[in-house]
Write a protein that binds this ligand. Structure first.
Ligand code: TYD
Length: 429
């Protein structure tokens, strides 16, 4: 089900052999620190975050959830790699959000990528999910769009939107197939899938094989600097194999024909970066040097993060247990992967969280992974009027609170778990 991970996927620390030496020499640093990855954050054995199952369905299982830190390039990475066949291949529950927040983000992304590419060109999306973003690009007049995604259920959804999707994991072979089908893409886009990928070298080499001088490779990733600063520990789960620093990207690209030419910051998902990679020779924007200088993804930052997370878990655990003991009904809102992390870390079950309401039909009538907490439809908050609702989709805070006005009007209180735990009621607004 999973294999141990011991060698840094960006700089090769932990491996013996020439590739390590070559990379560190190319990055212009002589490294003299520890020669192995260092454990910095440990949530114990956890269920897979998107393993939403009905009563008698077979569960995918549990795996250690522990982050190792690379002292050379500051990359955080999980100590195990769960097989992608288990995580993604059959019925992947996460679908691209159609929320207003996401629509606004897609608007900004299209505008920024058009500016980078300088023309409406063919777009290849890696990890294209149900084709929502590619349909948006097509509607904006980009001439050819194509997706690559390993989840069969999502490729079928994309087909309904008339978005051509290659149902495969991205790698050399998928890159070859895509190129022969669509020609050279002008934009290669990968949104929030890069940190799910184990073999970064193959990913970069496959992109190189797809690119010409004009191609823009755009990789949207959560940024470890933001995650550490805001203590978003609930974004640590088995699908997220890496917690990216820009320093690690520099190491990763040191032996390739691609270079990091620009970094664009977005507020989506609690803080994300769009890494723009282009063939060597393109000018490098000032954002690269500026952000590398300001980056705080070191060992001490991870240590602080781990201590703060422990305190927050204790705080939410005590708060919800206290309310349940007093006979208050507490629900969850948004059966996000983040909800699984919180619920497992706090050890909640139906006694503490009665149900979780969610807009995703595919999650309804299933249980929150590793528990008997049922996922129900998004009308439940208004219908059942619990006393409290934990906003596990905290990255959509404004939108969710505005949408559930009746809950507040009838005296309901939100518990917002991130970045710091706080209560929101009608009187506090
Ligand atoms: P999201 O934060 O997109 O991802 P992750 O699973 O990676 O943590 O998940 C948000 C979940 O919240 C998703 O299952 C949809 C749900 N949701 C609602 O139920 N109501 C809403 O208004 C919104 C915006 C999301």
């Amino acid at each position: 089900m999973y294999k141990p991970h011991t060698v840094c996927r960006a700089c090769g620390l932990g491996s013996q052999g020439p590739s390590t030496l070559k990379i560190s020499a190319a990055a212009g640093e002589i490294y003299k620190g520890p020669e192995a990855l260092i454990p910095v954050f440990d949530l114990g054995i956890q269920p897979l975050a998107n393993d939403f199952c009905g009563g008698s369905e077979e569960r995918s299982g549990y795996a250690p959830l522990k982050v190792l830190y690379c002292p050379r390039c500051d990359l955080g990475q999980l100590s195990v790699t769960v097989s992608p066949n288990i995580l993604y291949a059959h019925n992947y529950a996460y679908v691209t959000s159609t929320s207003q927040t996401m629509k606004d983000h897609f608007g900004m992304l299209t505008r920024d990528l058009l500016e980078q590419a300088g023309r409406k060109c063919p777009v290849l999306e890696i990890g294209s999910n149900d084709g929502t973003l590619l349909a948006h690009f097509r509607d904006q007049g980009f001439p050819i769009v194509m997706g690559i995604d390993p989840a069969q259920n999502l490729a079928l959804e994309a087909k309904k939107k008339d978005v051509t999707t290659l149902c495969a994991m991205f790698g050399r072979e998928a890159a070859r197939t895509a190129k022969s089908s669509m020609g050279t893409p002008g934009i290669i886009l990968a949104r929030h899938c890069f940190c799910h990928i184990d073999n970064w070298r193959e990913f970069i080499q496959s992109c190189e094989a797809l690119c010409d001088e004009r191609t823009v490779v755009a990789i949207e990733v959560p940024y470890a600097h933001d995650m550490l600063a805001k203590n978003e520990f609930d974004t640590v789960y088995h699908e997220h194999l890496s917690y990216l620093s820009l320093k690690s990207v520099q190491y990763l690209l040191a032996n390739s024909t691609l270079q990091l030419t620009r970094v664009i910051e977005y507020s989506i998902h609690g803080g994300a970066l769009l890494l723009i990679l282009r063939k060597i020779g393109h000018p490098v924007h000032e954002s690269v040097g500026r952000m590398l200088k300001a980056e705080r993804c070191g060992r001490a930052d991870w240590q602080r993060f781990s201590n703060q997370a422990e305190l927050k878990i204790m705080e939410l655990s005590a708060l919800v247990r206290n309310l349940a003991t007093k006979g208050k009904i507490v629900a969850g809102y948004g059966a996000s992967a983040k909800s699984t992390v919180w619920i497992s870390a706090c050890g909640f079950d139906k006694q503490q969280i009665k149900f979780i309401s969610d807009t995703t039909k595919g999650k309804w009538y299933k249980n929150s992974p590793g528990t008997g907490i049922p996922i129900v439809d998004d009308g439940a908050l208004t219908r059942d009027l619990p006393d409290y609702a934990v906003l596990f989709a905290w990255n959509y805070e404004k939108e969710c609170i505005a949408k559930e006005q009746i809950f507040l009007d009838k005296g309901g209180t939100w518990i917002i778990p991130s970045p710091a735990i706080r209560l929101v009621s009608k009187t506090s607004l």
